[in-house]
Design a protein around this ligand. Structure first.
Ligand code: 13P
Ligand code: SF4
Length: 303
């Protein structure tokens, strides 16, 4: 099918037949965000996955997000339009390596960023997202914590909580490409603009920012502040949502090359196809799911 309007019509009609909802992350291509029933950050999407009344969830995002939906809602069919949409940072840790590290740090609780596989979550005490990482770490009585896999998010959380965080050396290649010199150049060109960056950015980048929120936190921050120009340090497709919901302000990407190729694998064609075939599904093996559920559910109790 070639005509976009026809594809969207077909998606909408099959969606009702399947009792399906479409959830999309803030980094999805604009045309995917526009047809979704709900667009949000990782935390909001997991809350939606847990609560939404539907038989089928089309998860427009990457693999770990669809896994989290299955962990929380095992009786719903979770579809990932492109099964190869992964997250390189999530692949920087696996359950075996984490078990070995836990042996070295016996008794130290593990906080795992939601950008991780279900098997890694199953080895963790509690999950967090960029929206609640500080709250989650503060909720633990211990002063010493093993934080995996994002070293930059971990460094930021350590600086905000004063706790000793043992860091894994993972990071997001897309956010690691956002550099201090990019911000300095932008600030020179737009001296009145405010700067917001995602906590997956390097600490040198965080140091130059006015705010360090999650992707949906950026939307809230941009709505609240007076500034008319806002410099944005995260994956480029968030600008679609920012500009759409706040049309009277100007959003300027710090680095227009900050693209997550995995997030761009979702297309309208693939969404239609997965709704027709009810494939590809994401199903976490039950033994792992139960243990991962405990870590995700503990996080949802904190926020
Ligand atoms: P948010 O939870 O802030 O949306 O971030 C998810 C993510 O993958 C950032 O790279
Ligand atoms: Fe993973 Fe980075 Fe893409 Fe987020 S932006 S899904 S952390 S690779």
């Amino acid at each position: 099918m070639s005509n976009t309007t026809d594809i969207i019509q077909s998606i909408n009609s099959i969606k009702w037949q399947r009792r399906a909802v479409i959830l999309a992350h803030n980094y999805q291509p604009g045309e995917v965000q526009d047809i979704a029933d709900f667009v949000g950050d990782s935390l909001e999407l997991s809350q939606q996955a847990a609560q939404v009344q539907a038989d089928v969830i089309v998860f427009c995002g990457v693999h770990f997000m669809a896994e989290t939906a299955n962990i929380l809602s095992p009786h719903k069919t979770i579809l990932l339009p492109d099964p190869t949409a992964g997250c390189p940072m999530a692949d920087m840790i696996n359950a075996d390596a984490l078990r070995t590290k836990k042996q070295d740090l016996l008794g130290v609780p593990v906080v795992c960023y939601v950008n991780s596989s279900a098997a890694v979550k199953a080895e963790s005490d509690i999950c967090c997202t960029s929206a609640n990482a500080i709250k989650v770490v503060e909720s633990l009585p211990q002063q010493e914590i093993l934080f995996v896999p994002d070293q930059y998010l971990g460094q930021w959380v350590a600086s905000q909580t004063g706790k000793k965080l043992h860091l894994w050396t993972g990071s997001c290649p897309t956010h690691a490409n956002i550099l201090p010199q990019h911000i300095l150049e932008m600030k020179k060109r737009y001296p009145n603009a405010k700067v917001m960056v995602h906590p997956e950015c390097r600490p040198e980048v965080d140091a130059l920012a006015d705010a360090i929120p999650s992707t949906s936190g950026m939307l809230r921050y941009a709505k609240q502040i007076e500034a008319r120009q806002i410099i944005v340090g995260t994956e480029i497709s968030l600008l679609h949502r920012l500009q759409k919901e706040i049309p009277d302000k100007e959003f300027l990407p710090i680095n227009p090359q900050a693209v997550c190729p995995n997030m761009k694998l979702t297309t309208l064609d693939k969404i239609l196809h997965c709704l027709e075939e009810l494939q590809p599904q994401v199903i976490v093996p039950e033994e792992i799911r139960i243990r991962a559920y405990a870590a995700v559910e503990r996080m949802l109790q904190v926020v």
